[in-house]
Design a protein around this ligand. Sequence first.
Ligand code: ADP
Ligand code: MG
Length: 140
Amino acid sequence: MAVERTLSIIKPDATERNITGKVIAKLEEAGLRVVAQKRVRWSREQAEKFYEVHKERPFYGELVDFMTSGPVVVQVLEGEDAIAKNREVMGATNPEEAAAGTIRKELAENIERNSVHGSDSAENAAIEIALNFSDDEIVG
Ligand code: ADP
Ligand code: MG
C-alpha cells in the first residue's frame, strides 16, 4: 500500500439535506484525511467536462442537471490506499446494493442522488484533482 490522493465530491442531494458533516465524519473514520476542500456551485460546462466519460450513457444529461442543481463540496482525500478506501466507504453506486455502514447505504436517496463521488483509479484521481484544485489549494 502507498499513500494516495483521491477526489471526493459531496453531491447536491447531500448539501441540500445539510448532511455534509455526516459524510465527512464517515470518510475521516475510515482513516482518510481531507487535505483540500471547497464548497462551490458548478457551471454546466464544468459538470459536462467532469463527467465527459459518461457522455454516451443515457443518464448523462440528467446527471449534469443534478450536479448543477445546488452546491457541491469538492475535496481531496489523502491516506493509505485512499482511492480504494474511499470507494469502499462510499458503497455501491446504487444505494439499494450498497453494503451496510457505507455512506450510500446510510445516506443516499437513489442511484442518481447518491450523495458522493470518488475517483475510480489513480489515473482518474490525478485528472479529477487537477480539474478542481490548483497545487497551492492542497494544504494538507
Ligand atoms: P460511481 O459514482 O459509483 O463511480 P458511475 O461512475 O457509474 O458510478 O456513475 C456516475 C454517477 O452517475 C453515479 O454516481 C450516479 O450519480 C449517476 N448514475 C450512474 N448510473 C445511473 C443510472 N442508471 N441512472 C441515473 N444515474 C446514474
Ligand atoms: Mg464513477
